[in-house]
Write a protein that binds this ligand. Structure first.
Ligand SMILES: [Zn+2]
Ligand SMILES: [Zn+2]
Ligand SMILES: [Zn+2]
Length: 113
């Protein structure tokens, strides 16, 4: 099964909305906004120190506006979801094969419901 792209699993931490938009330039602040409640948050990555040379991965750079983050090791935007659970999302980099942990930072809630 191919690895999922970021856009397929990213949800707004507040309302769970799927329409999460990255409004800045690639490789900038990774500040995202939820189209539903206007919460904003950054999608950042941390190094895990692990590498995965086994898993097949083919991923292109995200389209403008799609959820985006960079590899914690080489900053490539060609990352895909290696695994996701309730409290941890791991990304695999197609370029250097580092495994990065995705973190949500700078969360600012929008309209509360
Ligand atoms: Zn920016
Ligand atoms: Zn939302
Ligand atoms: Zn990388």
């Amino acid at each position: 099964m191919p690895l999922q792209a970021l856009k397929e699993i990213i949800r707004c931490p507040q309302c769970g909305g799927r329409e999460v938009i990255y409004s800045c330039e690639p490789k900038c602040c990774y500040n995202h906004v939820c189209a539903d409640c206007r919460s904003t948050f950054e999608l950042n990555t941390q190094k895990t120190g692990r590498f995965d040379h086994e898993t097949a991965i083919s991923v292109e750079e995200p389209q403008s506006g799609e959820p985006t983050t960079g590899c914690a090791s080489c900053e490539s935007l060609r990352v895909a979801i290696l695994s996701s659970s309730e409290n941890e999302i791991l990304l695999l980099c197609a370029r250097c094969r580092a495994v990065s942990k995705m973190v949500v930072e700078e969360f600012v809630p929008g309209f509360s419901s």
